[in-house]
Design a protein around this ligand. Structure first.
Ligand code: ZN
Length: 270
């Protein structure tokens, strides 16, 4: 039996309330939703924040407000985004790292995002890794493509990352790799030894990635950032429903969702 940690990405940058009526937007709504996801079995909250009108922001003050409210609501580990939204500058994207979160995402390469491009050159990645190291923040190495795993290995060989390395495979972004078994296995095969991985499927890709990640003893991510449907045509009322479903997959396979303390141990966090 393994302990698999569940990350919940409750809001993201792109999902709108028109698409998803239950989407949390304000720091208070995000904290209430974090508590529901925690109660359902998630141990990491992947955090994006929004302005009150729903537009994405990397404003440090909004992150600080959300982090304080989440901390008061539940003991989840917080992973702030540095991906931000398409079109943001590096300084803008890196603002939440100034708050020294336990975890932050580090995008491991440029990627087409639908009609847009999210640029992440190697010099950018090195700068992000250095900023996270200085802040005492552990990077979650987000890989949208097979080459991104090799980019992360380059940073490891340059001494910019500390073990245990936590990779996060994002499959099914329009413009990057598809969410299927062949692709997932190729990405797992490319990992350096001793790496830990999480699995994310975007849109309908989550219907494959949630069970496949549990099956391959990875750590699943769910949430409205990635997918808003519980099943075809049925939207989830809450992120907690998506967490509950992946908890069922994990338990059916004989594993257990990791608690916050167990997740800290797995990731080598104090
Ligand atoms: Zn994100």
């Amino acid at each position: 039996m393994a302990k698999l940690f569940i990350t919940c990405a409750v809001t993201g940058a792109e999902t709108t309330r028109a698409q998803c009526p239950a989407l949390p937007i304000t720091p208070a709504e995000i904290a209430a939703e974090a508590k529901r996801a925690y109660d359902a079995g998630a141990s990491i909250l992947h955090l994006h924040v929004r302005r009150d009108d729903g537009t994405p922001t990397q404003d440090k003050a909004v992150f600080a407000d959300a982090i304080a409210r989440i901390g008061a609501a539940c003991p989840m580990l917080i992973e702030t985004t540095t991906g931000g939204a398409v079109g943001m500058s590096d300084d803008e994207r890196l603002q939440p790292v100034e708050l020294s979160p336990k975890l932050a995402s580090l995008d491991c390469g440029s990627v087409n995002f639908g009609d847009d491009i999210l640029p992440n050159s190697l010099p950018q990645m090195r700068a992000y890794a250095r900023r996270m190291k200085a802040a005492g923040t552990k990077p979650t190495l987000e890989c949208f493509d097979l080459g991104h795993v090799h980019n992360a290995r380059m940073l490891i060989s340059e001494g910019l990352l500390e073990p245990p390395y936590h990779f996060s495979f994002v499959l099914g972004v329009p413009g990057a790799v598809p969410a299927d078994m062949r692709t997932l296995l190729a990405m797992i095969d490319a990992l350096p030894s001793g790496a830990i991985w999480s699995g994310i499927g975007i849109g309908r890709g989550s219907a494959f990635m949630n069970p496949a990640t549990a099956l391959l003893v990875g750590n699943p991510r769910v949430g409205f950032e990635d997918n808003i449907y519980l099943r075809k045509g049925v939207k989830a009322d809450s992120n907690a429903q998506l967490v509950e479903r992946v908890v069922r997959f994990i338990r059916e396979l004989g594993h257990e969702p990791a608690t916050v303390d167990e997740t800290k141990k797995i990731l080598g966090l104090s």
